[in-house]
Design a protein around this ligand. Structure first.
Ligand SMILES: NC(=O)c1ccc[n+]([C@@H]2O[C@H](COP(=O)([O-])OP(=O)(O)OC[C@H]3O[C@@H](n4cnc5c(N)ncnc54)[C@H](O)[C@@H]3O)[C@@H](O)[C@H]2O)c1
Length: 259
């Protein structure tokens, strides 16, 4: 019978010196998570598909606040790039302790008009990308017997939504992936997820969604969209020793959209 010792001493939210990878860190929830993890003391490797002004702004914001961060370009759908990201993070100086998988894409389209390419793109980033990141991170964390992996799913992985089938299917897949990995890697590594409700980011905008869908998204008990930092707070909690007894959970900063 395994009886792993809990972290010694009082549980704290301190991430001092822990190396944290954040994907999708150029925008929205990933950006806020990178900033919040750094504020809690983590050394952040902020990653996004390309190393552009937006990603560098995340890093600059962290550094200006006295934190430690660097940018690393990685398309989460490309295995070699994901492996390079995790290998790099493991030496910063490592080891990789926290891996937060925020990169995601959304598309609203009638289901019968959904092309093979649409499906491959959405599922490729939102599910396969999480798979590749989890595998590369866990291959490094598991032999050391510690680490925290956090996958960003969505409330829509539970609820579904019209005209968003590939996204909802991918997010439901992230839920199953997270729970399976939690069982496989416990107690060494804690694998958890977050299923946010509607959060005010570029993803939740007229660029990707119809006005009627946006209005429906706001009709929740909180009567507003959440802020990225309200999800980032959950990321920091799950990354920290405060969450030492959390395995395979899907926490829901969602304004009561789903209870
Ligand atoms: N905004 C919401 O309402 C909401 C709700 C639930 C879940 N989520 C999830 O939260 C995560 C973050 O979304 P957001 O709202 O911050 O969106 P966002 O569009 O602001 O950020 C997504 C980031 O992912 C990056 N990205 C896209 N494809 C990539 C790829 N192939 N490789 C690496 N990076 C890539 C983008 O460049 C962008 O920086 C996503 O997984 C999203 O599905 C968002």
């Amino acid at each position: 019978m395994i009886d792993p010792a809990p972290p010694a001493g009082p549980l704290r939210l301190d991430l001092a010196g822990r190396v944290a990878v954040v994907t999708g860190a150029a925008s929205g929830i990933g950006r806020a998570s990178a900033i919040a993890l750094a504020a809690a003391g983590a050394r952040v490797v902020a990653s996004d598909r390309v190393d552009d002004a937006a990603l560098r702004d995340t890093v600059a914001t962290i550094v200006a606040a006295g934190g430690v961060a660097e940018a690393f370009a990685c398309d989460v759908t490309v295995r070699a790039q994901v492996d390079a990201l995790m290998a790099h993070a493991d030496t910063r100086p490592g080891p990789l302790a926290i891996s937060v998988h925020c990169a995601g894409v959304l598309q609203e389209k009638p289901f019968v008009d959904t092309t093979d390419a649409d499906w491959d793109h959405i599922v490729g980033v939102d599910l396969t990308g999480v798979f590749l990141c989890c595998r590369a991170a866990l291959a490094r964390m598991a032999p050391r017997g510690s680490g925290s992996v956090i996958n960003i799913a969505s409330e829509l992985g539970f609820l579904g939504r019209a005209q968003s089938a590939p996204y909802c299917a991918a997010k439901a897949g992230v839920v199953g992936l997270t729970r399976s990995l939690a069982r496989e890697f416990a107690p060494a590594v804690r694998v958890n997820g977050i299923a946010p409700g509607p959060i005010d980011t570029p993803m939740l905008s007229a660029q990707f969604m119809q006005p009627e869908t946006l209005a429906k998204e706001r009709d929740i008990p909180a009567q507003r969209f959440g802020r990225p930092d309200e999800v980032a707070a959950t990321v920091v909690f799950l990354a920290s020793d405060l969450a030492s007894f959390y395995f395979g959970q899907m926490l829901g900063p969602n304004g009561g959209a789903w209870m």
